[in-house]
Design a protein around this ligand. Structure first.
Ligand code: SF4
Length: 336
């Protein structure tokens, strides 16, 4: 299967191409600690990201979405497949050769407290990427850090404080400032607001949207439910057990979800009506737990929880296939 490469009217330049990426973790067993199996965290994922867009990646815990983010950033090595950033294949580069690309690809983590060194002041935290990646002088680093603090809504006079002296929302602003200080092209946001109160979530999401427009950023926005990504995303990919099961422009996904799993995710959040047509969605309830990624079901990975499963679903694994006119891809036998 080729990568879904939508020709969206508002995008023309491709920034990232993920091609058949797999990430398998070996399972060791027995007295000799031999490899007795593999946990297939990411299993043949392909998609593209265009400059300036936000692609939301949604899936429950264990779907492989965070592992995928780390593989794209080369924090983890892929087991197979290719990652092309601005046309260059970075999937096989050594740690030294991948370093220049790190400047262009940054990550904002879910837990700002855990990802920020508590012994460093805010000034040190925000200036550190400049120290590592640029040859700016101390004065230039300070000036840039203060400007970035103000851009993300932090007060410059707080620059000598430590992470524990800030609220959760402010700490996430520090993480965002640290990620953006070296002008990255792609920011992978791994559940950046899940640990925050709902009222603060909206503020941080609005800030990220404003910064995207101002700094021409491209986001890959990882979340565990569809409510968080609905305002910020242009397109959304839904992952299940290491695979993309549906990917579509936001309107198409929210108003005409095709995959039974996506329909179930939508049924679990308050009514969404993006274009005012209030189309009736089929209400699907997802029951049971995510199966093991070590022993995934045969055929369609969702078949053990799918209310529409039929004979073929246990035998054939459905490929991601374009359905309709609006760059909508789905992996389900109901549409093939
Ligand atoms: Fe359900 Fe079958 Fe479609 Fe899988 S392929 S989502 S089991 S109907």
């Amino acid at each position: 299967m080729s990568s879904p490469t939508p020709n969206l009217p508002f995008k023309d330049e491709k920034l990232l191409d993920v091609l058949h990426i797999k990430k398998y973790f070996p399972i060791k067993g027995g007295i000799f600690k031999r490899t007795v199996g593999h946990l297939k965290a990411v299993d043949d994922v392909s998609f593209s990201v265009y400059k300036g867009e936000t692609v939301g990646i949604v899936g429950e815990s264990g779907s492989g979405k965070s592992t995928l983010g780390r593989v794209i950033l080369r924090l983890l090595d892929p087991t197979d497949g290719e990652i092309h950033f601005e046309g260059k294949d970075i999937s096989g580069l050594t740690a030294r050769k991948v370093r220049p690309f790190r400047r262009d690809m940054q990550m904002v983590f879910q837990d700002p407290f855990g990802s920020l060194n508590s012994k460093m002041s805010v000034a040190e935290l925000i200036e550190e990427p400049l120290l590592v990646q640029t040859s700016l002088s101390k004065a230039e680093r300070k000036e840039k850090a203060i400007a970035m603090m103000e851009k993300v809504g932090l007060r410059a006079e707080d620059r000598l404080k430590y992470p524990h002296e800030f609220s959760g929302g402010q700490r996430q602003r520090i993480s965002i400032a640290r990620a953006l200080i070296i002008n990255p092209k792609l920011v992978i946001c791994d559940e950046p607001v899940s640990a925050l109160d709902v009222s603060i979530q909206a503020q941080v999401l609005n800030l990220m949207k404003d910064l995207q427009d101002e700094l021409s950023l491209t986001y890959l926005f990882i979340a565990h439910d569809l409510s968080v990504v609905k305002h910020i995303s242009d397109r959304i990919a839904v992952m299940y057990l290491g695979r993309i099961v549906e990917i579509a422009p936001k309107q198409a996904l929210y108003n005409n979800a095709l995959h039974p799993y996506t329909q179930g995710l939508l049924a679990s959040i308050p009514e969404v009506d993006l274009d005012g047509t209030n189309q009736k969605r089929e209400k699907i309830r997802i029951e049971g737990d995510l199966p093991s990624a070590v022993h995934p079901p045969s055929g369609c990975p969702f078949r053990t929880r799918c209310p529409k499963a039929h004979e073929r679903c246990a035998v054939d694994r459905p490929d991601l296939t374009k359905v309709g006119e609006d760059e909508h891809f789905v992996a389900c036998h109901l549409y093939t």
